[in-house]
Design a protein around this ligand. Sequence first.
Ligand code: PLP
Length: 384
Amino acid sequence: MNAREHEAQHLLQVYGQLPIEPDSADGVYLNEGKRRIIDFYGGHAVACLGYGHPAMLEALNEQARTVLFQSNAVAMEVRAAAADALAEFAPGDLNHVFFTNSGAESNENALRIACKLTGRNRVAAIEHGFHGRTAAAGAVTWGARDKWYAFPNTPFEVDFIPRDNSAAVDDIIGDDTAAVILELVQGLAGAYDLDPGFVRTIARACRSKGAMLIVDEVQTGMGRCGEPFATNIYKVEPDIITLAKSIAGGIPCGAIIVTGDVAKSMASGDLGSTFGGGPLACAMVSTVLDVIKTEGLMENVRSLSAQIAQACPIGPVDSVQGKGFLRGLRTRRSASTVRNELLERDLLVGTSTDPHVVRLLPPYILKTKHIQRLLGALAELPED
Ligand code: PLP
């Protein structure tokens, strides 16, 4: 019996799975016996430092041996240090952190704060965006209500703004809008980078109507776009950014980072989480940020990402979208067919909700030789 068959015995069958079962992983490789698969997917953008990075192993070991867990009821230096590092990494006035365990939990809390502080009951999101599977995060996820949402009501009224349609913004963001939530580069939608003018129009409308701007950096953040956050690239000033995925390199963790103004309005008991801010996760947050800096990984992301953009179109790839290591390769043939053909050549890439976009979310430690392998394989595939 293989692992897939074994899983099917006692796990709910809610996932489509890839036809691989790695038994080990190192660097950017997933290993299946002697087979070495280059991982351009990183477990949904989580494995930002790849697998078995010595700094991560050492920090994990050290923290596990000192204090494995204490909740927020006990102050800990390791938690304070992780918050310091995130506040320093984040742009502008974003300097107060609340730790969660996932992207959905981060967005849930960000939306809760916006409704509480504005006293309003409408939230606007962007068509094709994805924000997670909980009640509030799912409510602002495009298409969720038709596919899987299942709750009888959403916690607030939701408006969807058509993507890149600046003319629609003023009709939708009104005096009753608590917040706009958006991904600057829409990840699951295929690394679709929103038009900067559209984003500026939304930011202006938020300011003039007193709505909060929440930037979901769950997929784009933590250096993935070649800058600390996509917010740095788009030069917007959100009230809250939300994080998860790469933040702790593979240990479950999420966070929201809020401005000083938002922080001032928060009181004891407003937010909470048993596991959020646990010492193991916090040790990893500090380690991830430290390695990103000391190994020059954002520079690596920028330079290799430019190599990908420059070398395309190639084979079935028509054009490239996205930023940094959140890239969408627009394919003339079905993206899932191209993904399968690449996997047969020992290259793991992702797909997206766009049936013609293959998604790349590789570890930041990727090297030029890995890109060359990908380009070589793409060049071998049928174009149309
Ligand atoms: N926001 C974005 C942009 C995401 O891509 C995801 C997950 O794919 C989420 C939120 C939800 O994160 P999680 O699965 O950790 O709840």
